[in-house]
Design a protein around this ligand. Sequence first.
Ligand code: PEP
Length: 237
Amino acid sequence: TMALRPLLVGNWKMHGDGRNLPIIAAIGEAAQRHPGVDVALCLPATLIDRARDACPGLTIGGQDCHAEPSGAHTGDISALMLREAGASLVLLGHSERRRDHHEGDALIAAKVRAARAAGLDVVLCVGETAEDHAAGRSADVVREQLTRSLAGANGPGIAIAYEPVWAIGGDRTPEPTEVEMMAGLIRDTVSGVRILYGGSVTPDNGAALFEQGGIDGFLVGRQSLDAGAFKAILTLM
Ligand code: PEP
């Protein structure tokens, strides 16, 4: 099979304001110097249009969207609103959304449909908890999340981020061989998608994960808030 273009996605979560625009600009410049890699930053909604104006070369993403195009849903944001503000991508199904907002696979599937209908690319996050991992259920959990939250969506507008919940926000990562096994499972379940690994990626552990993990790129949290670290990860790809 032909290699897909590498994809590096940063997730700023609930961090950042206008004072951090120079970091976004530095990442945009680094992306322009690495035209062989697609680089995207998923920003707080308040930063999307300013980031789009400041770095036309960078793909800007949101971190969630509602399943409806508009309506009486106080505090929510639609896929069309993200798109109009300058996003061309959205993260969906992140484990922090599943945990903090009790999002389940059926709701996430509706969000995937809404995002695709609005013309947004989707990075869908899947991954097992520490408990599932300890019980040897990782493959079953991820296969079920994929089937239920994608509901048949596939192709180049979708990327799947394998993010073991126990590896996010700490300092543990799976072995590259374990990532490779899960990437194989994802590739056998969904066709034509890019596969990312996410969870405590750093410039130090990134090379082994990228070279041996059977993946097309990374979803990076904390290290995307530091332009130097993020650029160092980009340089590995
Ligand atoms: C994430 O939240 O998607 C993530 C991978 O975070 P971190 O890189 O900080 O573990």
